[in-house]
Design a protein around this ligand. Sequence first.
Ligand SMILES: [Zn+2]
Length: 455
Amino acid sequence: MPVTPTRWLAEYAWLPNYAEPTPDVLIETDGGRITGVTPLTAGSRPPAGVEVLRDATRLPGLTLPGLANVHSHAFHRALRGRTHGGRGDFWSWRDRMYAVADRLDPDTYLALARAVYAEMALAGITCVGEFHYLHHRPDGGAYDDPNAMGAALVEAAAHAGIRLTLLDTCYLTAGVDGQALTGPQRRFGDGDAARWARRASAFQPTDPHARVGAAVHSVRAVPADQLGTVAEWARDRQAPLHVHLSEQPAENDECRAVHGRTPTALLAEHGVLGPDTTAVHATHPTSGDMALLGESRTGVCLCPTTERELADGIGPARPMADAGIRLSLGSDSHAVIDLFEEARAVELDERLRTRRRGHFNPAELLIAATSDGHAALGWADAGRITTGARADLVTVRLDSARTAGVPPVGAFFAAGAADVVQVVVDGRVVVAKGRHLTVDVPAELSASIEAVTPA
Ligand SMILES: [Zn+2]
């Protein structure tokens, strides 16, 4: 379906390099790209006179670049509201998560992920990074197409109308000491990194909305002598490489006990860190770890609502940013899918950690949620409202009960996913008047979650 040229007239738009939104901005798009950006009240006139405004589509409210959800496990959405009453910690939550993982196949995963990605579209998310390790049948055997589960996720994103970076995850062992995968973990494993690389190399979706990257599940799941194979695979393809890092103090302790160094130091030693690498969480880094991440220009994806949900702790966001680490955001376990909440949590959690206010300004939170997030997923041409960029436009109401009376610059401290009224992805309208145009999101979430929920 061709994307026709369109003129949008945003009441406010947040343009790159501005500390706050600009009023009355004409945004022209064609063929999925932004072809012109003209602020009308800055003394400039519309390119072809005021008559061009007559056919412009008005966007009341605040228009943002597309939001990037850098860390997702789509199937975790099936756990929302089902684990909150219980006691325990990350590890007991993980047992519940495995029970859902055990029930997924390519058809049920397509249905669930399609609904979850459509929920993301409703929240203004134009691109998702899926950290994908549900590769095989529950007993560990391959499907007829060994990448059937990955293909289901690519198709799900197409149905939902958002872009996807499939981070094909290498997951080989159950602990830092090399324990074999057992029970529900068997379907995650490829045996060794060389076999992981062969399977990942065989998956080459040609859909324009999708690209493939790599992931090391964690230092618990990939033996040290095989980390280099995954890193090299990603480097050869200039593909994004993601890794769960220091989400739990226990991971740091085990890694020190087995390898005599922190997980970050181990990854650095085996070539995993670098400008195309994103460490997810980094909740418990040492100051030496932060220096290693910063010097190697490795990014960090913070997932504050999940870290809160799983009792993981609060990562040192400001010290990491000061070390030169590029921050991005993810909704990870999808206890909440709302990047406004993730973004303000970066500032608010830092206040709780330090008992001081004012660590991140609104423009820094915007960059984490948009351009730096897209860059972490390998889409460097997205996440900014500027000529030549991908035509992603996310419009937020400024007249809801939550946002009325709030200055546009305060949107990240007031708005929520429910305030997103229109979403354009690569020039196509995916959400209008707060509704997804092709997916009945609540109905499909209910049905697909029921189908995979243990009795
Ligand atoms: Zn994760």
